[in-house]
Structure formats: C-alpha cells, structure tokens
Design a protein around this ligand. Structure first.
Ligand SMILES: [Zn+2]
Length: 220
C-alpha cells in the first residue's frame, strides 16, 4: 500500500503532466486520442452519449470536442481536426449529430431572407473579421448556413468528407453516430424507416417542404 506521501506525490506529478500536455505535441494527446465533432444543442450530453469525460469531472480530458450548429463539417471543424490529428496525437474522429436538431427546422433560404429583410446584405458579409480573405462566392450564404434535410444522411456525408479531406491523415479512424433526443440513445445513422420511426430526423418532420441548398455538390 502506498503511503499518503507517495500517493500525493504521484497525484501532483500526474496533474502537472496533464496540465502541460500541449507542450509535448503528438506525445501529449488527450486521454482517448479523440476528436469529437458534435452539435451545440443543449439536449445532446456528449459525455453521456459517448460514455466519456470531456468536460466533467474537471480534469476528465478524454477528447477534444468541437461543437457547432448541427455538428457539421465546416472550415473551422476541419481546422480544429487538422490541428489535433496532425499535431496533438489524435487518432480518431467521432461525429455525433442528433434528432430534433434545430438545423432541420427551417429552410436555409428562408433564414437568409429573414436576414435580408433586416437590411443585411448576405453577399457582402465578412465571415471572420480576423480573416477577411475567407470569402463566400456570391449567392452561397444560404448554403453556408448549413441547414439539413436529413440528419442521418448528413452524418454519413460528414464522415465521408473527413475521410476524403487532404488535411486529415489517412490512418485516423472516423465514425458517425446519431443521438436520439427522444429516447436518450445513440444509434448508427440509417435510412431504415423502422429504426428512425420514433424520432424526428428530417425537415419533413418539421413541415419544411423545400430542399436545402445543396452543400455536398463538390467532391474533395
Ligand atoms: Zn442540433
């Protein structure tokens, strides 16, 4: 049995190592060597969904977790995944999207129109004030909003996009999952209507009729 002195010494050393991980590049990875891309939604508890500890308890540190609206692939999701996979020792990417997602509840063109009605010129927006070079082509704003038609389909395409992206190393393991808000369970993305029956997974479930502006027309 360790003495209290030995135990405390080991605990402090372990904490110091944890706190200074990023000094060691690929040799200072997070606990699971894992990058999680998921939706910002407050009904998606990522620790519970994956059985890991991202934020809780303090000092968990199982994964780098990136949240955005929808948990979709964006330039900043790629930027973050590129950094952790190439420079911080991450070997796996997990994408978690979810049913009842706000990104299903409207058509992106209708949202763009609402902004235009407020006097915003959506063709002249600087997306990132620190990087004015980052520009959208004319008419691409609605696509940029990133609304979905079908969360399962989007999840599968998101995984494919990471797999095919030149900034993500080929040996990184990549998978995608759907969190069912209704049942508090994780499932693989599927088009099987029986497996989706208890959940709202498409814009049609919200009464949205028009297809979203296509976001997946360019293959990398
Ligand atoms: Zn969502």
């Amino acid at each position: 049995m360790l003495s209290m002195k030995e135990e405390l010494t080991a605990r402090i050393e372990a904490y110091d190592k944890w706190a200074s991980r990023r000094r060691y590049g690929p040799d200072g990875p997070n606990n699971r060597r894992l990058f999680v891309l998921t939706c910002m939604d407050e009904r998606l508890p990522i620790d519970e969904a994956l059985g890991i500890h991202v934020d809780t308890p303090p000092g968990g540190g199982d994964a780098h977790c990136f949240r955005n609206a929808g948990g979709i692939i964006t330039d900043d999701a790629i930027r973050s995944a590129m950094l952790t996979c190439n420079f911080f020792g991450t070997k796996e990417i997990v994408v978690v999207q979810h049913t009842q997602c706000g990104m299903l509840c409207a058509n992106a063109r209708a949202l763009e129109t609402q902004l235009q009605d407020k006097g915003i010129d959506t063709d002249q927006i600087i997306l990132d004030p620190t990087l004015p070079e980052l520009k959208l082509g004319k008419g691409a704003f609605a696509k940029w909003i990133g609304m979905m038609d079908d969360v399962d389909e989007t999840c599968i395409k998101t995984v494919e996009a990471f797999r095919n992206h030149p900034l993500i190393p080929k040996d990184v393991i990549i998978s995608g999952w759907i969190w069912e808000v209704e049942t508090r369970r994780l499932r693989a993305p599927t088009q099987d209507p029986n497996k989706r029956a208890r959940t709202d997974a498409t814009t049609a479930d919200y009464g949205v009729k028009d297809k979203q502006p296509p976001r997946w027309t360019v293959s990398i």
